[in-house]
Unconditional design. Structure first.
Length: 143
């Protein structure tokens, strides 16, 4: 049986979570709005942004909100690939163990864990870089 203090603690935790989720959602929507202040100058071969940096193949830079969303997607993609690699290694290891190949089973599980660590690390690094870049650009628009 749960006590009243446990129920109150759960309600409080839910309220905090809901408030943070709403705040982050509204912030992401605000960052995704395009700024009408961007001015670009055309040259004969390349386009330059208002900061003088060359853009990729004449494509405009993504908005800060898009950067954050892409970074979040990279983090989730890395975690998904890592989970897939780990599952593949564990599955192969279980098959090897069932066929009485314990050395191969340990190798397969180790290889799956290494692949999972690599995928999660790469996805997290790429995603975090994009999120930080997007947040920085969003803050820059405020000032």
């Amino acid at each position: 049986m749960t006590s009243i203090s446990q129920v109150m603690g759960q309600k409080r935790s839910f309220r905090i979570f809901a408030t943070l989720s709403l705040g982050l959602g509204l912030a992401a929507i605000g960052w995704s709005q395009n700024s009408s202040q961007t001015t670009e100058t055309q040259t004969t071969t390349h386009t330059k942004s208002k900061h003088g940096k060359h853009e990729n193949n004449g494509k405009p830079e993504p908005s800060p909100g898009r950067e954050v969303a892409n970074g979040t997607g990279n983090i989730a993609g890395g975690a998904g690939k890592g989970a897939g690699e780990a599952a593949k290694g564990v599955g192969k290891g279980a098959g090897d163990l069932a066929t009485l190949h314990p050395v191969d089973a340990a190798g397969a599980v180790g290889k799956g864990a290494a692949g999972a660590g690599k995928d999660v690390g790469v996805g997290t690094a790429k995603g975090t870089g994009k999120v930080v870049k997007g947040i920085g650009r969003g803050i820059k628009h405020i000032f």
